[in-house]
Structure formats: structure tokens, C-alpha cells
Ligand binder design. Sequence first.
Ligand SMILES: Cc1cc2nc3c(=O)[nH]c(=O)nc-3n(C[C@H](O)[C@H](O)[C@H](O)COP(=O)(O)OP(=O)(O)OC[C@H]3O[C@@H](n4cnc5c(N)ncnc54)[C@H](O)[C@@H]3O)c2cc1C
Length: 352
Amino acid sequence: MGELDRETQVFGLAVPAGVVSTTGIAGLTLGGGTGYQTRKRGLTIDNLLSVDIVTADGQARVASKEVNSDLFWAVRGGGGNFGVVTSFEYRAFPLGPKVWLCAPFHPFEASRQVLRAFRDFMRDAPQEFGAAVLFWTVPSDPFFPKEHQGKPVVIPQLVYTGAVEDGERLTKPLRTLATPLVDLSGAYLWTEMQSMFDPFVPKKLLQYYWKNLYLTSAENDVLDYLTQIAATLPSKHTYLVLQPLAGAMSNIAADASAFGPRDMNYMFEFDSMWSDPADAEKNIAWTRQKWADLQRYSTGRLYINFPGFGEEGERLVRSAVGNASYERLAKIKAKYDPDNLFRLNQNIKPAR
Ligand SMILES: Cc1cc2nc3c(=O)[nH]c(=O)nc-3n(C[C@H](O)[C@H](O)[C@H](O)COP(=O)(O)OP(=O)(O)OC[C@H]3O[C@@H](n4cnc5c(N)ncnc54)[C@H](O)[C@@H]3O)c2cc1C
């Protein structure tokens, strides 16, 4: 994704995609694609114009709204089930070069007011805001003041893709909800913004188990429950993310792509990470338990690109795209990959 951002920024443009530069755009796109532009521009697949794809029979095909439209419908949310995509054609939008970031690291004790204020702010916030609340621990990194390293924090993290001055003015109240331990707020190049998380999700250096679900609402009882969960983080590397969605992504019909119904308002992510492989069992068990406990506030659906180990199999894919979309995907799979050659993925079995 870093390469995509760098090359598009040369023209003052950006493709709506994810938030970490080391993420592969292929898997991200095929599963949907969320990021700071989702509320304004929709998911990555909503801005996908065509793909070049090699299907199971060895044929190189184009898929778009005009050509092989069933295949194009399927790759927008159906993952890697339908072939090897060798090229993506995206719609890009003017953005940057600088954007405003609001990122005060408030002490965890301020969670109650921070979560409520963030929710209320986002209710009517311009769609130029891509935002989340993060529960995290101040990293043991020389960049952060030594006296605050290791302290739990709650961060209203808002990226404003409109004029920088507007972003700064609008987010001022969120920065003064408490006295932040650190405040990273400021104007950043889009490419800096898109690689800010890179050091904290290093490839190979940490162990990962990421899982998510969509929440029905962000009423006070839900927010308090999230805070309770955050008080028990088993690793200082782990962060939890509450992300408001809706906006442009919800203006797309449920059957317009394989992604399924767009009625989700909030996503909650368990981004569990730890350094010692010996701690795997503890961290995975904690994530699974809290994820299961949180189901009481969930729509029952989830985003397929944070699937843990995908251990729920077909149930996982169904809960991502919904039953109607799943049945249609299985028929398209039978047409393009009847022997399930592409099965090392969140698999959709060909319909019989
Ligand atoms: C650090 C990090 C940050 C992330 N941030 C975001 C984010 O902001 N927003 C978001 O939406 N997601 C995010 N994700 C999740 C991300 O979308 C998935 O991990 C995605 O699978 C990454 O794509 P990849 O190309 O690296 O896939 P891989 O891990 O290489 O593959 C995953 C699956 O994608 C399919 N696939 C990959 N390439 C192709 C291809 N060329 N043709 C056909 N199928 C293919 C295959 O089915 C494969 O099994 C993040 C993940 C990480 C690790």
C-alpha cells in the first residue's frame, strides 16, 4: 500500500484503502478495504473499476461492470476464491499532501468521557473524518517520554482529509478532554500518516492474532463494556480499536457487491500482538474469550480481513458476507473454480 500511496501522491491523489503502508493491497481489496477515507469515499472495492485475473482454467480475464460482471461482483468481497488477480484498476481522489491528525494519548482513567465525547462527535462529524478510538499502552520506544512508557491510554484518533485548519479547529475539544500524556496531533503528509503505525506492527518481530466484529450501537453500556475489556489487556503490544463506519460505504446496495449488507455502524477490532511465542496460548485465549463475550452487542457479522486463523471456516465467511451473498458466491465459484483449486483462503465451496 505504501507504493500505491507514494505513486498516487505524485499526482496529489489517493486511493481509499487501509492505514498501514506494509499491507498488501490485493488481500485488502478482495476482502473490502477500510481506512481513513471509508466514510467519505466508501470501501476500497467501492472504488475498484476492474481487475485482471487468472482463473482456475488458466485463462487471463478482465472483470469489470461491463465484462465478466459476475466475476467482478464476486471479487469485491469474496476474497481470493476466484483466481489470481494480477492488476487492480482503482478510482483515486484528490487528497493532501497534508492532512490533520488528532491523536492525544489520554490516560486510561479518562476512558469514560473520551468514549462518550468521541461517539457524540462522530455522530454529526463531516465525512472527511476517518476515525477510531484506540485502547493502547504507551510504547517502550525512545520517541515517547520515558516516564509515560508502559502506561495504558485511550486515544481518539481522527484523520481529517479536508483542509488542515478545519481539522485542527474541529478536533480541539477532543484534545482537552483530559491532560494527554503525549499528543501526536499535527499536520502530516498523507504518506507519513499512512506509515505512522508501521513501527508498531512489524513483520516477523511480533506474534499476531487479529479478530473483529461489528457492533449494533455505541450506547453507554456498550462503551463501558469495551472499557472493561480494555482494562484486562494481556500484552502491551495489543491495541483495541473502535471504528465508526457508515457514511459513504453505507450508501451502497447490499447486492451491489459480494461484501453484503452495509448496515454496520461500528467495527471493533482486537489487534492482539505479543513478542514471546510462549505467550501465544494466553493471548489467543484472551482474545477468543473477549470476542465471544462481546457477541452480545454484535450484529453477528464481522469483517473478513481480520479473521484470526479463520478457524470458523464456512461460518466465518457467511458471517462476513451474509447468507444471500454467500449462496451467490458459491454459484460463481462453481462456474469459475469448480474443483476448488483456490482453497487456501477464507474458502467458499463451489455450489453443487
Ligand atoms: C499490519 C496490518 C494492517 C492492516 N490494516 C488494514 C486496514 O487498514 N484496512 C483493511 O481493510 N485491512 C487491513 N488489514 C488486513 C488486510 O486487509 C489483510 O491482512 C489482507 O489479507 C492483506 O492483504 P495481502 O495482499 O497481504 O494478503 P495475503 O496475506 O498475502 O493473503 C490473504 C489472502 O488474500 C488473497 N490474495 C492475496 N493476494 C491475492 C491475489 N493477487 N489474487 C487473489 N487473491 C489474493 C488470498 O486468498 C490469500 O489467502 C491489515 C493487516 C495488517 C497485517
